[in-house]
Every structure is written in structure tokens, then in C-alpha cells.
Design a protein around this ligand. Sequence first.
Ligand code: 0O2
Length: 212
Amino acid sequence: MGTENDYRGFYGDTQLLYDSVLIELVSRLNIIRKYKVLNNERDPIENIKTRIKSPGSMIEKLKSRGITPMAENIPGNIMDAAGARVICTYIDDVYEVARILASQKDIKVIEVKDYIKEPKPSGYRSYHMIIEVPIYIGEECRRVCAEVQIRTLSMDFWASLEHQIRYKHDIPNQAIIASELRRCADEVASVEMNFLTIRDMIAEMKKEADNQ
Ligand code: 0O2
């Protein structure tokens, strides 16, 4: 984790682009929440986190692509310098938030990776979008890319723990741990489906009771 000065030192003027695109994204997501609640629907979002890729990770990423690790080489080459993680309550909320964002006419969807339909070999589940968003820097309109990771509480629970464990390199038998983590991912996904079924059962019971 770099300090604010590390970020400023590395990102220079591009930092304003990434700070701004994240402000814009969070604002659009919060408007989705308000609009849902005003329409007597559930707020689909539990919380939103944002980050600008750490200078260390960004330098590694640029080098791995054979690009000189300088801030001016980021826009146009790297699309996940700015990232928002949107934690939703249920799986259907994930797809609803993604659908609404993609439907906004001035947003261009560059890439979608649906690791919910096709989880990663690690067991990781999440819906990833790279989108291009217009932002105004003073009078000038710039189109800036950002990565949006949308996932449920349970997907985030698994990913956060797995991320912590994965960075402990003194694990003697990686294969066993990887297989255990995949098993946990399957169990978490199954519990999540049970919650969804219970939610739908309650809604059905309520509808029947209201009709009587
Ligand atoms: P950071 O900065 O810590 O978020 P690409 O970015 O396209 O070159 P890749 O791997 O194809 O590389 O991108 P992908 O699959 O969209 O995933 C990128 C991000 O997803 C990662 O960011 C993680 O945040 C998350 N992620 C992907 N796989 C896993 C996983 O197995 N476990 C967990 N916990 N998270 C995962 P970075 O790159 O790590 O950087």
C-alpha cells in the first residue's frame, strides 16, 4: 500500500483523471440506489469501495506488457488504473446494477468478464466490467476507463479471505490449500443460492397472504 505522496509522485497529472472517474462512478451508483428506493424497490448495493492501482502494481503491470513504466503511458494502455468494487446483496442485484450501468448512453462498455457464470480456477467469482466514462476536467471532456468489479456479499467474503491467504508464501503444500479454497468457494456459492431461494419463498408467501 503506497502513501498519498507515492501515488502523486508516480501518477502525476493522470491522478486527477482517475480520482475524477471514481467520483463520477460512485455518484452514478448512488443515484441507482436512490432511484431504486424511491421506486419502492430494494437498494441492490451494500457498499462501494474504490481504489487507484498502487504505484508498485502499476509499474509491474506496465513492465509485464513491455511498456515503459511512466504515468503518461497508463491511459490508452492500462484500463484498470481506477477501480470500483460494488458489493451487492444478491446475484440478481449484480446483474441489475451491471445492466443499468451499461444502459447509460454515455458509458461505453469495453469488456465484460463474467466470473460468476464461469468462475476462475481459484474459485473466484465476480462480474468485471471495463467501462469508459466521460468526465469533465474544467471545460475539457475526457473519456477515462475504469474497472468495475460487481459481486455479492458472499463472493466478497470469499475473495477477501482468499486474497489474504494467497499472499502468505510460506504455505508448504499450495495444491491442498488451493483445492480447499475451491471447496469453500463452492460451499459459499451453495449457501448463497439457499438464501436466494428463501428470499423468493418469503416474497411468494407474502404475495399469497396479500391476495387473501
Ligand atoms: P489489484 O490492483 O490489487 O486489484 P488484467 O488486469 O486483465 O491484465 P486479469 O487477471 O485477466 O488481468 O484481470 P481480471 O481477471 O479481470 O482480474 C483482475 C482483478 O480481479 C484482480 O486485481 C483482483 O482484484 C481480482 N481477482 C482476479 N482473480 C482473483 C482471485 O483468484 N482471487 C481474488 N481474491 N481476486 C481475484 P489485481 O490484478 O490483483 O490487482
